[in-house]
Structure formats: C-alpha cells, structure tokens
Unconditional design. Sequence first.
Length: 204
Amino acid sequence: MMGFTVAIDGPAAAGKGTVSRAVARHFGFAYLDTGLLYRAVGAKVLEGMTPEEAAETLQAADLENEQLRTNAVAEAASKAAAIPAVRAALVDFQRSFAMQAGGAVLDGRDIGTVICPDAQVKLFVTATPEVRAARRFAELRAKGEDVTLGQVLADVEARDARDSSRAEAPLKPAADAEKMDTSTMDIDAAVARAIALITIRRGA
C-alpha cells in the first residue's frame, strides 16, 4: 500500500516505541523511531557541536550509536528538539520516510500534528508520570545506571513540561488522534488495540 502512514505520538516511557515496533512487524511496515534522530543530535551536542550543526550534519550511521539511550543524551535531545532550526533540519527526512511504498510507522512527539498531519492512523500513547518514571527507572537500572526513582520522576516531569510548552511543535495529541492510556494496560492489550484500529482504517 502506497503512502499508508501510522503516526504514534506520546511522552517518554508511555509505551509508544514498543507498540510502534509491534505494529510495524505485524503489518510489514517500515519503522522509524524519530526520537532517535533527536537523540543522535543530542549525542553530537554532548560531543561539542551546536544543536543546529549536529542536526544539519546528521548521518544514518549516527543512529547506531550505542550511547543514544542514556539519560544524559535524552536530556540533551529534549533541549535540542525545542530549537526550531533543529526541527526544520529533520522534517524532510521524516516526511520522506513516511511516504515510502508499503506503509510506515513513525513514533515521536509531533508526528500526527506536524510531520504527518494527513496520516491515515494517529495514536497518542500516554501514561501517568509515576508509571512512566517507574518504567524508565527499571530500564536505566537494568543498564547499570546509578539513578533513583525520585530523580527519574523529576526528569520525566521536567521533560514533559519542556516538551509540552515549547513554541515549536509542542507535545500534544492531534485533534483526530486515538488516545491510549497504558497506565493500567499491559503491552499485549495495547498492541492488540492499535492493530485493531489500523486494520479498520486500512479496510476503510
């Protein structure tokens, strides 16, 4: 199917990445974690580049950096994402990916509102800050990072505030997005719900 786009947005640790990957596998769609683009920019910023330079020189190989999932990179990515010039440099790549043959799933924070406002399916996956912090805390501790749950919750809340209040492409559900709160939902139920919605839209 040409140009069938699934846009999945939401805050950090809500489950949108897991849902997105599962949906892409189920339907055979291409998948792009757009947050990795910003994390790659953040990693370059931590290495000494300006955010704008990092975005303009980004290469596909930069997305393979093993350090992209660290807390420091996540913080740098969120700050860089608030800069209009950084977002503009990455828009064309994302839109081109979304329109490829065979369908595509993109997850991020502004896919349904800015990058792909005409996407056939839009989901906004969220959960309470406390639930998301607990998930991220477990993930970081499993990787050996020395953090406390209180620190992670503070980071989650600060990032939510920054992402939601930025002037350029703030985090918010598209008016026609299907909202999915995963606070008390297991991943199998969330994936099943997303697949059911997409199946209906594809058949329409």
